[in-house]
Design a protein around this ligand. Sequence first.
Ligand code: SF4
Ligand code: SF4
Length: 401
Amino acid sequence: MSMKMKDFKGIKLSNMGFGAMRLPTLENGEIDEEQVFRMTDYAIEHGVNYFDTAYPYHGGKSEIVMGKALKRHPRDSFYLATKFPGHQIRGKYKKDSIYDPATVFADQLKKCQVDYFDFYLMHNISDHALDTYMDTEWGIFDYFIEQKKLGKIKYLGFSTHGSIPCMAKVIEKYGEHLDFCQIQLNYLDWTLQNAMGKWKLLQDANMPIWVMEPLRGGKLANLNEENTAKLKALRPDESIASWGYRWLQGIPGVTMVLSGMSDFNQMVDNVKTFSEGESLKDNELDLLFDMAEGMKNAIPCTACRYCCAGCPKGLDIPNLLRIYNDFRYAPNLMTKLEVMGMKPEALPDACIGCGKCRIACPQNIDIPTELKGLAKTIKELPDWEKVCQQRDAEQLAARQI
Ligand code: SF4
Ligand code: SF4
């Protein structure tokens, strides 16, 4: 049994990476360091060499714990990735911002107890965060390109839940400095969130793909009884989670699959999945896509876009309906983040109810009513300003410089 490895610019990366966003926690909510150490040791012993954390994970403490866990291993036995939280920045550039790139970067090096990062990402370049990331006064990209030149960062990339045009803008402007891109990719989002379109953009740009949310926040590891039985009938000895990973193993261009593991057993199961077993056969792929169709049986939008041309507000109607489907049938943090990243004029309450879209829709979807429902759902989300303030406070408390 040996870990599947991928070639990346002259080095070998384990196809599976340990994501530190959902680490095991104790009853008091603190990270269970002992279990993280055990998981890290097991991962390294079994060939996993990629560890992914980020400034905001666990209120700023994930970097600290991963730093401690990895410090117990030789520096050349692992690759460490973290991210700059540009997506958290609100408002215009201010000299004394808590998100000054140099300050954040120095803090991250200290928290992780390293003097360079192997991989470093601009965190979640959403449509909303794009302007901040491109702002020359902030100088975010310029600063990290410089760190790469100085050897403090070996490979530079970006993660995104943004739209395809947003990703294209990043690649157009900074592509020559970027080594990889991290996107949400799984067999449900392949069509539900048009991850296929993002995958194609990256393939065309020759950019290696890092995968986050391979199981959609655990949803694809916990299927209903009927679907579980179907998968178990074909592969009785494999976990339900393994199907999500096996599907990704067959997607060209995917170098890294990150799994945010929350306990030791998940680590053992994932190591097994990435170390042995066969890729999915045609009949298994058909079954998976049939199941995926059943999981998005909400608003039957086919994304034909006939409705878009006549919309006086220029709304991206199929995307809004897809978000509504997400909220109703597979709610997850990423969808909430995506909505947070949208400009006000792109949100459903911009709809004036003129009904032009309803006439154009071959699926007879009552679009204005659905958009009203989505607008209500969004209003019921937590108060983001408060959430952001609390997040900033937690991360400042975890700061070590
Ligand atoms: S009803 Fe709303 S979404 Fe439909 S065309 Fe009019 S403004 Fe656009
Ligand atoms: S016309 Fe109907 S099916 Fe087509 S994209 Fe618009 S809402 Fe979806």
